[in-house]
Design a protein around this ligand. Sequence first.
Ligand code: SF4
Length: 360
Amino acid sequence: MTPPIPDPVSVRRRLLRWYDRNARDLPWRYKKGDPPDPYRVWLSEIMLQQTTVAAVKGYFDDFTTRWPAVGDLAKAELNDVLHAWQGLGYYARARNLHKCAQAIAGERAGRFPDTEPELKALPGIGDYTAAAIAAIAFDRRATPVDANIERVTARLFALGDTLPKGRKKISERASLLTPKNRPGDFAQALMDLGAGVCTPKAPDCSACPLTPECLAAGQGEAERYPVKVAKAARPVRYGMVFWAVQGDGRVLLRQRPEKGLLGGMTEFPSTDWRKQIWSSAEAAKQAPVKGRWRRLDGVVRHTFTHFHLELTVLTAEVAIKREPEGALWSKPSGFSDHALPTVMKKIADHASRNVPGYSS
Ligand code: SF4
């Protein structure tokens, strides 16, 4: 009987041979012969969610220099972890990272569990991350499916079901391919192939070790897969930010609530972020302190996963009689001591260029 196309045995052999010669040199990868370090695998997988290898490398080096083992990260102050995470976005992940480190250092005496169900019971570890850690750190036969693996698998099997519905079938097919031997290397090989050869646009099928097995390449239609539904346009939300300055140059900051977007990060107080544009008079009613608020020219734009945000800045020199709840005061030269997310750094930058008499 002729083997099915793609033949899992042939795909594994071809891909692992290719990986042995072409694996990317990444800071979290172990060298041949060294045992993988689950802490480094876990940290890199959490950091890599929703972002790129290039964006993560510097953060990974910084974290592993400051906190070389999971016990060191567990002992760190949450604020220091959030601070070090600044710019990576999705701050709930940094909070869960810290919680997870504490769970492992405390309840598990510093040892990561090695099965998917046990890994999934830890804070911030979902299906994908559990499978990636089980496969890469412990060589368990597990099948992580990230965007690269999803694309390569959909093409290999020419799976035309529209995503996100078609994801179940892609995972099932990916699982068929996963070998018993070297499942961690196999997963990383698929990731590398997707990142460098089977790219979203213009995949290089002529340089791909899987061409003889690939149904999409056989059809000459690689780019058609995976089939995605057109994304809805992101809505725009509007807010006004209060840049309240005391006579000595200190600016008002506060901490965001622990739960929700940018949870626990530091911010300049603002109105709600809503669908309608604010008038200055309407916004002033939500001001954290009394003041003669004046609107700065220009807007600050930032894009989150689900919406675009447009912020206008109101500024006032204030004399404080009653401290607003949760207030923090800092001169601009001290902002770097606080966990300000990127959108708030943009506000600080805008104010530095536009607030009259600004001093750092
Ligand atoms: S042959 Fe082409 S479409 Fe198929 S896996 Fe390789 S690069 Fe992707």
